[in-house]
Design a protein around this ligand. Structure first.
Ligand code: ZN
Length: 323
């Protein structure tokens, strides 16, 4: 028999190959694990090509019985091969964070000065609020509202000007649906809240007092939706948060590691054990968020957003060298 290398396998149309042990099982592959469009089903040969650059095995033997796990649209012929591309993903995310840190800080007009320039507060009020802040801490906007009678709505408008972002109301907010978008711990840590999906294509995300554009990119990767950000009036933000926290989100497991390699090994073990039909890793600040779609039925009608918490699993990992 002629030797068929991996390169040859890529070029072959697998439907022309001898039948599988269980041809019905092909149907499992009809979903697209995590792309922006579910119509973009790759074709079976892509799924059956080991994505590991270090793979040395022939493609034939393991290909028959092993169809999962899928990590970031990639299939590995063995746990060792999965580990190699999980490691690469961990390195990619770690590097992303490092470059975020070194990015130059964009200058913003302080909120107090901005409110003053709009004529919404006086010099004396600003001075008084700054004195209070120096002694007691807190946010300048909240102090001005509490101590100087400024309308809360003016603070929201000021923040909107400061960050060059629209004001986002909480209308259309569905707590049960939004609780599935991301783990609560990230919502709390980031001071941001998924608000609604418009037209099955756009996810609106509201921030309370700042804006983090990098989170938009992360959520786009995780949801397959376009993400638009805005600033939310404090009252609306807080009451929506309370409603969201009362709902059940996707189950979250938290673990921490001393080094990235240990985390990559753990991620691989999780993938091999849970056998997801799709999974993805992103870094949000100091958190690595691994999301698993355990069955194709977990994917709802809006991008990759889960329709229920069932058959979904989230992991939040941290790498803490000091522990
Ligand atoms: Zn391989």
């Amino acid at each position: 028999m002629l030797f068929l290398g991996k390169k040859t396998a890529v070029d072959l149309n697998l439907s022309q190959l001898p039948s599988l042990d269980n041809p019905l099982a092909w149907d499992e592959d009809r979903y697209h694990p995590s792309g922006s469009s579910r119509d973009a089903v790759d074709g079976k040969q892509a799924r059956r090509t080991c994505a590991s650059l270090e793979c040395t095995s022939s493609w034939v033997a393991p290909w028959r019985s092993r169809r999962r796990p899928i990590f970031e649209d990639r299939w590995g012929c063995s746990g060792r091969c999965v580990l190699s591309f999980v490691r690469a993903a961990v390195r990619r995310e770690a590097a992303k964070y490092a470059s975020n840190l070194s990015a130059p800080h964009r200058h913003r007009v302080p909120l107090g000065l901005l409110l003053l320039a709009q004529g919404w507060i006086t010099h004396a009020q600003l001075q008084y609020a700054l004195d209070l802040q120096r002694h007691n801490g807190g946010r300048i906007g909240e102090i001005l509202v509490a101590e100087c009678g400024l309308e809360a709505e003016k603070v929201t408008r000021g923040l909107s000007l400061q960050w060059g972002a629209p004001i986002l109301g909480s209308h259309g907010f569905s707590a049960g649906e939004m609780a599935l978008v991301m783990p609560e711990i990230l919502i709390d840590q980031l001071g941001m809240l998924p608000v609604r999906v418009a037209g099955s294509r756009i996810l609106y995300v509201g921030f309370e007092d700042h804006l983090d554009a990098s989170i938009a990119l992360v959520l786009e990767q995780m949801t397959g939706l376009k993400v638009e950000t805005g600033l939310m009036p404090t009252e609306e933000y807080r009451s929506a948060c309370t409603l969201l926290h009362a709902k059940n989100g996707v189950e979250v497991k938290q673990e921490s590691f001393r080094e990235h390699d240990a985390m990559a090994a753990r991620i691989t073990a999780v993938l091999e054990q849970k056998q997801p039909v799709g999974s993805r890793l992103v870094r949000v600040g100091r958190f690595y968020w691994l999301r698993l779609w355990l069955e194709a039925s977990a994917i709802g009608r809006q991008g990759m957003l889960p329709s229920t918490a069932e058959d979904m699993l989230d992991y939040i990992f941290t790498v803490d060298r000091t522990t």
